[in-house]
Design a protein around this ligand. Sequence first.
Ligand SMILES: [Zn+2]
Length: 503
Amino acid sequence: MNTPKPVFVTSAIPYVNAEPHLGHALELVQSDALARYQRLLGRDVHFTSGTDDNSLKNVRAAARARTTPTELVARYGAEFRRLAETLHVAHDDFIHTASDGRHAPAVHALWKRCADNGDVYKKVYRGLYCVGCESFLRESELVAGGCATHTEPLELLEEENWFFRLSRYAEPLLAAIEGERLRILPQERKNEVCQFIRRGLEDFSISRSRARANGWGVSVPGDETQIVYVWFDALANYVSVLGFPNGEKFDRYWQAPGERWHVIGKDILRFHAVYWPAVLLSAGLALPTSLRVHGLITSQRKKLGKSLGNAVDPFRLVARYGVDPVRYYLLAHLHTTKDSDFREDLLRTAYGSELAGKLGNLLQRVCALCDRYEVPIITTDLDATLLETAERTRAAVAQAIDDFALHDALRAIFELIAAANRHVDSTAPWQLAQRANDTSSGPAQRKAAQVALQRALSSDVHALTVSAELLAPFLPGTARAIRARLEPKPHLGVPLFPPLSPG
Ligand SMILES: [Zn+2]
């Protein structure tokens, strides 16, 4: 007897020094689709996200905005939560790391476990720090004397900090990753991590002086002069949200046999694939079972920044096109794990030709035919080819979820929808109905036409039902609307995707 194991799904917690942009929307809907799919399978799912409040970037943004970090993270934190709600992302929990009472005790407990294991020590460190990365950079990582990703000048810092003995963990990390106890998807990201580890791991600083942190963040246990390093703090959210070090939830979703998936962007891979599992190994805790690493959204091949971010404000897109069309575009038209350029014209095209033109049209046609000919829908003796296509689609979606290739899942579902549209054309129910009512032919022929009509329409309804079921994790509102249209019997209604106004 196989009881389904629990699945814990997280997205990363973004630092909240500005309005959320489309990149945040992408990660939210990807992780939501994964969590919803697991729920559909009947698994015990816990899905969380939150905000990284304790970042130094937030302190600086607050200073620029002439406000306090507390006020700044509360204001933007609420915007990130509103984005999740706007996108119909169904979290089970959401943690704001500065204000949530569960967080600091968990950071302390994690720290103490690493310290008890002999992995935390103090030393003077001098190095170049990138505030964009919230990380010291090695000489070998510098590009023209600066950070490869960020434009802000690096800061030369020298202070006495607490360090984590990362150098101890190269072997066990490689063993976990290569043996797929910690699975990293896609393969190229796994290779990247393994190469990084093989080059050797250096201990890293896990605290900073209270002065440099402007007093913002969680104090180091037993050392009030130091604040816990933002990454050590932020990564701990994955267990603080479960109530670590205590609690039924922590045992059930982290320590017990089950799956723990982190959905992250490729820009924070190293923190999740190296630092975080090393800390967990040191603390004697279970590792995540997989990292699902998505690509980044670009605009004209440039990284989405604040200026470009405004142009692709996710709230504006949802107001303009609706929730599911935006989810559809993000999940179907952006490659799940490679960088993709955002193009609003392609969103419009996808809306018109795929959502309205293929899915909406299939639903309208089938419902109109069922309304007109009033045949009772049957569930046996359906068209074998269409049935088989539906089952193949179900398997393709399962595979795509496992591969973290969500665009492949949606492509497969839309192939089923296309097959159903072709089935309507080829069976021509209007001709079958004509023959069924043709008094010039014999009763046997009329009966045969009637049976064929019932079979054709029932097969179409079946394809729509399976499409709705498979679409549910990706386009939950649309799936619900399709089911409502098919029950108790198929009936006409307003189009799911009405024509867009121009502009
Ligand atoms: Zn940087």
